[in-house]
Write a protein that binds this ligand. Structure first.
Ligand SMILES: Nc1ncnc2c1ncn2[C@@H]1O[C@H](COP(=O)(O)OP(=O)(O)O)[C@@H](O)[C@H]1O
Ligand SMILES: [Mg+2]
Length: 333
């Protein structure tokens, strides 16, 4: 008889369960219930940023290469901790960019960095991850507000306009910087809501010098490629989808995204599907169903979302028109 079969036979139970089997099963069950009890008491993970320790409470969000956690400091203060994994040189660039942008912009409508650490691998000194400590906003993002609006209901016009004023003020801080900066990835998921229900811009990884002179097809394609990675498609301006081979792009791309963000607050999604054709066509259509917002709001969006950046208003003009609408006054532009 081959050895394999012999072994099998030896391990087969010869009779019914013995006292020994019962004891083994009992001990196994006891062990697994003790293990389960201890799993419940597993200590919460601790992350340190520049040698200060923070206890992770729960996950708040997740991106392609980042996780955002709610953490608690030793003094019980809550923060949001953004952990960015670095595997490619361009991710390292983006991380440094994000930290630099935070340091350059001080505004109540742009999230402020509390602390940041670039973590390096010990043996070779290569950057492994970035840790960004931010104030925690318990009201979440404008995208969360959209997602929690029940089907068939609409966000009130006053709420949309008030949030849009905050976004404008945040954008003003970038556009009036010397040199001017563009936010480049404005969308409802990158706008936090503070305790006064005002907007606070966050996720500064795509921020870039606003005014870019393009002198060749090669430079146009380089900008197109960069924006394909850094600017979310349904909110991406036509000139970032298809940059001119001889011309400039500027901060007006944020105005396009602002219009699309306001449209999404009203109708849940951007008016564009994320294709180049749709953006370059630049035609804003409104849902055929009930629209509680009226003609003034439609006219406002059609004035902001214009395919040619030269024809788009600047952020100050947008804010003034929104504030006028909010005050119940409409004026012709
Ligand atoms: N300071 C914060 N307070 C509350 N929630 C936050 C905060 N920062 C980020 N989040 C949550 O985490 C998500 C991802 O954060 P974000 O910085 O946009 O990362 P990514 O670069 O991966 O898009 C956000 O959409 C939001 O839901
Ligand atoms: Mg984001």
């Amino acid at each position: 008889m081959p050895q394999f079969q012999q072994l099998q036979e030896e391990t087969l139970p010869q009779s019914g369960p013995s006292a020994m089997d019962f004891l083994t099963n009992f001990l196994a069950a006891l062990w697994s219930s003790i293990a389960a009890m201890f799993a419940g008491f597993k200590p919460a993970p601790v992350v340190s940023v520049n040698n200060k320790k923070y206890t992770v409470t729960r996950q708040l969000g997740e991106g392609g290469f980042s996780f955002v956690y709610l953490v608690r400091a030793a003094d019980n203060q809550h923060y949001a901790l953004k952990r960015i994994r670095i595997q490619l040189p361009e991710q390292e660039e983006r991380l440094k960019n994000e930290i630099a942008a935070h340091k350059a912009i001080k505004s109540p409508h742009v999230v402020q960095l509390v602390d940041a650490e670039i973590v390096r691998d010990r043996p070779n000194g290569a950057i492994k991850e970035g840790l960004l400590l931010l104030p925690f906003y318990g009201n979440g993002t404008v995208q969360d507000m959209i997602d929690t609006t029940p089907a068939g209901q609409f966000m009130p016009l006053k709420t949309i306009l008030h949030l849009a004023v905050g976004v404008c003020k945040g954008l003003e801080a970038f556009h009036s910087h010397n040199p001017p900066l563009a936010f480049r990835d404005l969308k409802p998921a990158n706008v936090l809501v503070d305790e006064n229900d005002s907007s606070v811009l966050m996720d500064l990884g795509s921020v870039a010098p606003a005014r870019v002179r393009i002198a060749s097809r090669r430079e146009a394609i380089a900008l197109q490629d960069l924006c394909a990675e850094t600017a979310t498609a349904p909110f991406r301006a036509p000139e970032l989808f298809d940059p001119p081979s001889d011309g400039t792009v500027d901060e007006k791309s944020d105005i396009w995204a602002l219009g699309c963000t306001m449209y999404a607050m009203a109708f849940r999604n951007s008016p564009f599907d994320g294709s180049m054709t749709a953006a370059v066509g630049g035609k804003v259509t409104f849902p055929s169903g009930p629209n509680p917002y009226g003609e003034h709001f439609k006219a406002l969006l059609q004035w902001i979302i214009v395919a040619d950046p030269v024809g788009r208003p600047d952020v100050l003009a947008v804010r003034q028109r929104i504030e006028a609408l909010l005050a119940g006054i409409d004026f012709e532009v």
